[in-house]
Ligand binder design. Structure first.
Ligand SMILES: [Zn+2]
Length: 479
């Protein structure tokens, strides 16, 4: 675990590095760390951040990405990549230059609208200056050709693990939350700028490539094979994944003919395979509870590695060997609605992902094991919150992003809300909130707004007590 002062030191160093880069390359005034649009507009340079309170340099302003095409050959001996990422985007202001987030790897060439473009790099900011400035509202295409060995990212929000492009004995996997995407492709690296994706990934046989969405085709070239995957719904960059190993692939059909494809280690035991037997029933349960499943396919990648995390990559949740149990399977599946389809507006809103998934995994417990088991689980969650004096989940610092408060007190906030407004109103709130923000982004205030609108109650005090006050609230009970 990283201690608090060292986390601050890391953040400070990163910001200073970035600031130094800005000053050297673009002569921006040093005051605002996240370059404000008003400053940027004068020079028609896109902002180097999107104003996230926890990650001011993630994402970039001045344009909206529509589609990424990530075309990479991956050498499974050296783990080096060679390829091109093509980004189709639309400007939201006139731009003489714009930024992407991209860390490590060597850039060979960048084009904008097929003409060679100049570029500069400073830490994870890549500044591209097109030969011809871009007009406001213009659609443009930029290609970045690059090569090298992608390195995992140290993220201050995830002190317990490296993230991004990760190598393990059987192959490669990608778990990027929150900032890891920029370690393997140039990206507008914030959930606010979702886009659709094409992945064209070439590997030596007999390796298999799994990625988000639907596998459209494979192309054989003698010793190598190219996998073409399409993600046709908008996706936040941290949910993009490619996973390469000699998988055992198991396909099935979920409710409403939803394609299910699970990727297991070749040595997977019957017990490991059986972990996902309940996926179809869970899909039915959450679809009935919230809304139809948001995407075109679902499934899991199981890692045969000492990796203790799971991640709700869009349409393809990734599980370490220590997370192969029913509640974790339910947790990652429920994130497809809350986290993937409805994504956070800023990383400070993380309880909208983790509190929701933790509560929804327990709604599966209620559904399958009954009221008494559910009540006991909620009581135990409350007890652990009280024993650990878990603070409020509403505005975490970066090192508190994935702390127990986010999960446990976040879930209990929803439970307390349910007991306060009653079952009928509570599930109406969940559905209304989902329907309003699906395929987009929401902040905590948006959820509170829906809760007040649907219940007809003034809930400021309630949410302040649960989300923002230090004191642990009394155990929620039915009135
Ligand atoms: Zn989660």
């Amino acid at each position: 675990m990283l201690k608090l002062p060292s986390v601050f030191a890391i953040i400070l160093t990163q910001l200073l590095l970035l600031l130094a880069g800005c000053q050297a390359n673009r002569a921006l005034p040093p005051a605002p760390l996240a370059v404000t649009p008003s400053v940027a507009l004068k020079n028609n340079t896109g902002a180097a951040g999107l104003g996230d309170p926890l990650y001011p340099t993630l994402g970039n302003g001045g344009y909206d990405v529509l589609h990424y095409t990530i075309d990479l050959a991956v050498d499974m001996q050296s783990h080096a990549v060679t390829g091109t990422t093509t980004i189709r985007a639309e400007t939201t202001q006139a731009l003489s230059s714009f930024n992407l987030d991209f860390q490590g790897l060597q850039i060979q060439k960048i084009t904008v609208n097929a003409a060679p473009a100049n570029f500069q790099r400073a830490a994870s900011e890549l500044t591209i200056t097109p030969a011809t400035p871009l007009r406001n509202g213009e659609q443009f295409t930029t290609t970045v050709a690059y090569h090298g060995i992608p390195r995992a990212i140290d993220d201050p929000g995830v002190p317990f693990e490296k993230i991004g492009w990760l190598v393990y004995q059987p192959g490669i996997f990608v778990i990027s939350e929150p900032s890891g995407a920029m370690g393997w492709y140039p990206v507008n690296n914030h959930p606010l700028d979702k886009a659709t994706y094409t992945f064209r990934i070439t590997v030596a046989k007999p390796y298999i490539v799994a990625a988000n969405g639907l596998l459209q085709a494979t192309f054989d070239q003698g010793d190598t094979r190219t996998y073409l995957w399409e993600m046709r719904n908008p996706m936040a960059s941290y949910l993009a994944t490619i996973d390469i190993a000699e998988f055992k692939v198991v396909t099935a059909q979920g409710p409403h003919q939803l394609p299910l494809r699970n990727y297991f280690p070749p040595s997977a035991s019957q017990k490991m395979l059986a972990t996902f037997d309940t996926t179809g029933a869970m899909l039915q349960f959450y679809s009935d509870l919230i809304a139809p499943f948001p995407f075109e396919a679902y499934g899991a990648v199981v890692l045969d590695d000492n990796f203790s995390t799971a991640l709700e990559a869009q349409t393809l949740s990734i599980f370490g060997p220590n997370t192969l149990f029913d509640a974790a399977v339910a947790h990652e599946l429920s994130h497809q609605w809350f986290g993937d389809s409805v994504s956070v507006k800023t990383w400070r809103d993380i309880w909208l992902n983790e509190g929701f998934a933790t509560y929804l995994e327990n709604l599966w417990v209620e559904h399958t094991q009954g009221q008494a088991a559910f009540a006991a689980t909620m009581h135990n969650l409350y007890k652990s919150m009280k024993d650990q004096k878990l603070g409020p989940p509403g505005s975490p610092d970066v090192q508190g992003l994935f702390a127990p408060a986010t999960y446990v007190r976040g879930a209990l906030t929803l439970h307390a809300l349910r007991l306060r407004v009653g079952d009928a109103n509570f599930f109406k709130i969940l559905r209304a909130y989902y329907n309003r923000y699906q395929y987009g982004n929401a902040a905590t205030a948006d959820f509170i707004g829906v809760a007040e609108e649907v219940s007809g109650e003034q809930l400021d005090n309630f949410f302040n007590t649960w989300l923002y006050a230090d004191a642990v609230p009394p155990e929620p009970r039915a009135p």
